[in-house]
Write a protein that binds this ligand. Structure first.
Ligand SMILES: Cc1cc2nc3c(=O)[nH]c(=O)nc-3n(C[C@H](O)[C@H](O)[C@H](O)COP(=O)(O)OP(=O)(O)OC[C@H]3O[C@@H](n4cnc5c(N)ncnc54)[C@H](O)[C@@H]3O)c2cc1C
Length: 452
């Protein structure tokens, strides 16, 4: 059959990275370092999209004086033993080198008297979170994008990827996408592919939808395995509206309090108390509510001025925090660092990802997975996500670069591609149905009705 190429804008490279957050940008940097030609594609603007751009920037790092076994134990325990301990060890082993890389790129971390400023990560006994000097993670991904461009990574923004492409022997051959700002069909033809789209995130609070990653589903459709779909992230957040970054308050000294004014976490986790992993905090809040002790709040009134100042320096001094704090004061009439407000557990995200090994390889040859698109544990900790996305990006980029060296670009069946595009676009042709945002709002209304 005649092959019709005319519908396609074709971009060729050794390595294709899908997604431009921490996972994707680190993968691009590392693959380029190995000498591979690299394309990074994002449905939005790589480095200014996804979760990474909005993150507070706390990053777990194993400093040379720290004990790696203690770190691995803490993260394993906090994941209730349901995490790959070799992976955890790998994340920490490379963390100091990545910290040094970031500093060499011009992204310094906060220091006092020559030593790094750190806080103990919530949910751990000994793990240190380091903090960006002047900035949030937004500036970190912005710098990573610049470094990627300086290493000749071809960055393709505003192209939504909807399918992986394989050849007749089921070898990976790239991906297909559609322009978000132009009506073109894109074929990103590559020898190896890294999925770094994040996984499905969905917030139960505040009518905000954080759906990121369709990548794991694309990989599943192409024959990869999915891991951890049975695990979910239930978070606890301010009940009325979001104050991002306030989740670290218990790590600084704030205490969980019930309606009777009792600091109850000592009963539920006698060791870590208010700094317990989020899963324990959520279960404790639910049990307190069942006992008739709701509403739950976070006691900032009882913090010392020194603790408040630490929080101000780390969080309120930069990024989104000053804006959010100002909004609370102006529009709601309270100060999140002085006044206790109600907090409430709610669904936040699924923990599924493409099953991947320690080299970030998947069941499909030539397909790798990085960042939250691969399983990185079942319980999130502030600082772990950035550390583990950084590790997996770096590792996936290295593996994808190596793989590309030993293989050729595979043949493409353009007629099959056209079929796949038609299937993807089919729902748009009906001109009927609900738009996705109103569907999200309907689901959230149901969730809110079910909440106490
Ligand atoms: C508000 C907030 C604060 C946080 N604070 C911290 C913190 O202080 N410390 C910490 O460790 N963690 C924090 N996290 C978690 C951490 O930021 C994330 O886990 C991490 O950034 C995920 O990185 P990623 O590369 O896997 O995904 P993302 O950063 O979400 O990047 C995925 C990218 O893929 C693109 N993409 C998705 N689907 C497609 C597709 N089909 N085609 C093309 N492109 C696609 C998206 O546009 C996006 O750019 C925070 C998260 C949030 C939301």
């Amino acid at each position: 059959m005649r092959q019709d190429h005319s519908l396609w804008e074709v971009l060729k490279s050794d390595v294709l990275i899908i997604g431009g957050g921490f996972g994707g940008l680190w993968a691009a940097l590392r693959a380029a370092e190995s000498g591979a030609s690299v394309t990074l594609v994002d449905k939005s603007f790589a480095g200014k999209s996804g979760h990474s751009y909005f993150a507070g920037g706390a990053m777990m790092v194993l400093l040379p004086e720290d004990d790696p076994d203690e770190y691995v134990y803490d993260i394993t325990l906090g994941n209730e033993w349901l995490v790959d301990q070799e992976m955890v060890a790998g994340v920490f082993k490379g963390s100091y080198d990545r910290l040094k890389d970031l500093e060499s790129f011009g992204f310094p971390f906060r220091k006092k008297g020559g030593a790094y400023v750190w806080t103990k990560a919530r949910g751990t006994r000994n793990v240190k979170n380091l903090w960006p000097e002047h900035a949030t993670a937004a500036d970190e991904v912005t710098i990573l994008r610049k470094v990627a461009l300086s290493r000749d990574v071809k960055v393709v923004d505003h192209v939504y990827i909807y399918d992986l492409v394989k050849d007749a022997n089921c070898g990976i051959a790239g991906a297909v996408g559609i322009g978000v700002k132009d009506p073109k069909n894109y074929l990103l033809h590559a020898k190896s592919v890294v999925i770094a789209t994040n996984s499905g995130g969905y917030r139960g609070h505040h009518l905000a939808c954080e759906l990121q990653g369709t990548g794991p589903f694309m990989a599943y459709d192409a024959g990869a395995r999915i891991k951890n779909p049975e695990f979910h992230y239930i978070n606890i957040r301010p009940a009325k509206h979001e104050i991002e970054g306030s989740g670290i308050l218990p790590a600084i000294g704030a205490r969980w309090t019930n309606a009777k004014g009792v600091h109850y976490m000592d009963t539920y986790d006698p060791v870590l108390k208010d700094r317990a992993p989020v899963s324990k905090i959520v279960v404790a809040a639910a049990k307190e509510a069942i006992k008739g002790n709701a509403p739950i709040s976070i006691d900032v009134e009882g913090m010392t001025e020194e603790e408040r100042e630490k929080f101000r320096v780390l969080q309120v001094s930069h990024g989104w925090m000053p804006i959010l704090f100002e909004k609370c004061r102006r529009e709601e009439g309270y100060d999140p660092l002085q006044d206790n407000i109600e907090w409430q557990p709610a669904y936040e995200a699924n923990k599924l990802g493409v099953d991947a090994d320690l080299n970030c390889g998947t069941a499909i040859e030539g397909l790798f997975a990085a960042g939250m698109a691969r399983p990185l544990g079942i319980n999130p900790f502030t600082g772990w996500s950035i550390a583990s996305c950084t590790w997996s990006g770096y590792r996936a980029g290295e593996s994808a670069g190596e793989y590309a060296k030993g293989t050729e670009l595979k043949a493409i069946d353009f007629n099959a591609l056209t079929e796949s595009t038609e299937t993807f676009l089919e729902p748009l042709k009906s001109g009927q149905g609900v738009d996705p945002d109103s569907l999200v709002h309907e689901i959230q209304k149901i969730l809110f009705r079910l909440m106490p």
